[in-house]
Design a protein around this ligand. Structure first.
Ligand code: NAD
Ligand code: UD1
Length: 338
């Protein structure tokens, strides 16, 4: 049993990860400034697990606050760093806010944890670092492409920071490159909290289905894919969360092969936008109002993960399929709407 500090632990992926850490017998300590989440998420975590982790409503950039957590909890073994701004479009409009938050929080956290002799660090990265890969499925050794947005660039820069710090210090890091996280906990007690008009496909689908949006636009049906719509590797957020538990356990057990490792987190299976829509309609018995529109600027055609490294090394494999993803996303939307 280990105690893990989770930054951004009341957020979408963080809250599901806290649940999986607690389910696996670990303890969690959460720091989140609630810039994109609510304290009520702690109630959901408690209802699911029967435990309420210590919570610090603080900014990860605040050195005194982070140092204070390591002082309060000298038995913290590892850190999972979710806290970041994540809206791609907003990052284009507010690059300094994104570089400031995503880089400064990472640097401050690394300094504090190394000072506290906590060397194990799990980082939230993204498949966006690959851009449109030359080969599919894309493996971790694929070249990193020029970032499409300041947000994507912060992920690449943080990976570089981790590489440099791991080479120079005791840091042992795992960077997890998420494909497209969707869905919610089966209890519908935690999920993704929408902010404004969603950019991502799944929340747009569920909000259209419940009547918050008039219609969904499919961004292009002339891609070089089986039905012409874009293909992505959607991954259930609960599967994603479980991979973080494995990553912490690997570091703490000393099973990592290098001081920094990178793992793709996807299912290895790509689905098109139209396939997701059809699955949503079939599984939930709901008709979706959608139209075909033009391509969205900056979108890639298709991407899906080579998961062999995470399967073999992390001992992790996504277990939930598209049906569970669309069912849980719908259940969560209905709960939000009620
Ligand atoms: P989220 O916004 O739901 O969660 C992030 C949490 O961090 C929020 O609760 C927010 O309040 C908090 N936060 C932000 N800046 C903070 C700061 N300076 N100090 C303290 N708390 C702060 O986002 P999410 O979807 O759970 O994403 C978690 C991580 O995964 C992020 O780093 C994100 O970039 C990355 N990621 C997400 C996706 C995705 O599609 N959701 C894909 C790839 C990578
Ligand atoms: C987005 C992010 C990317 C991040 C990834 C995973 C952008 C530009 N990119 O990409 O940085 O790594 O999520 O979180 O935001 N679609 C529609 N109609 C919609 C919304 C989406 O057809 O209303 C299509 C898109 O064209 C795409 C697919 O659905 O083919 C998935 O879109 P989205 O959920 O936004 O994810 P990504 O484009 O993969």
């Amino acid at each position: 049993m280990s105690k893990i500090l989770v930054t951004g632990g009341t957020g979408y992926i963080g809250s599901h990860t806290v649940v999986e850490l607690l389910n696996a017998g670990h303890e969690a300590v959460i720091i989140d400034n609630l810039s994109n989440s609510e304290a009520a998420v702690l109630d959901g975590i408690e209802q699911i697990t029967g435990k309420r982790p210590p919570f610090y409503q603080e900014d990860v950039r605040n050195r005194t606050a982070v140092q204070g957590i390591f002082t309060d909890h000298p038995d913290i073994s590892a850190v999972i760093h979710f806290a970041a701004f994540k809206a791609v479009g907003e990052s284009v409009m507010k690059p300094l806010a994104y570089y400031g938050n995503n880089l400064d929080s990472t640097i401050n956290l690394l300094e504090c944890m190394l000072a506290a002799n906590v060397p194990f660090f799990v980082f939230s990265s993204s498949c966006t670092v690959y851009g449109q890969p030359d080969e599919l499925p894309v493996s971790e050794s694929a070249p990193i492409k020029q970032a499409e947005s300041p947000y994507g660039n912060t992920k690449q820069m943080c990976e570089d920071i981790l590489r440099n710090v791991a080479a120079a210090t005791e840091l042992q890091a795992i960077s997890l490159r998420y494909f497209n996280p969707v869905g919610a906990h089966e209890s519908a007690l935690i999920g993704e909290l929408p902010r404004g008009v969603p950019n991502n496909l799944m929340p747009f689908i569920t909000q259209t289905a419940i009547g918050k949006r008039e219609k969904l636009t499919v961004f292009g049906d002339d891609y070089n894919t089986p039905d012409g719509s874009g293909v992505r590797d959607y991954i259930h957020v609960v599967d994603l969360a479980k991979a973080h538990v494995k990553a912490c356990e690997r570091l703490i057990a000393g099973d990592n092969k290098k001081s920094i490792e990178f793992f793709n987190l996807g299912t290895g299976r790509g689905y098109s936008v139209l396939e997701v829509i059809r699955a949503f309609e079939r599984v939930n018995g709901v008709k979706l109002n959608y139209v075909i529109g033009p391509r969205r600027a900056g979108d890639i055609e298709k991407v899906y993960a080579d998961t062999s490294l995470s399967n073999n090394e992390l001992g992790w494999k996504a277990e939930l399929g598209l049906d569970e993803m669309v069912a849980s996303a719908w259940k969560w939307e209905q709960r939000l709407g009620s």
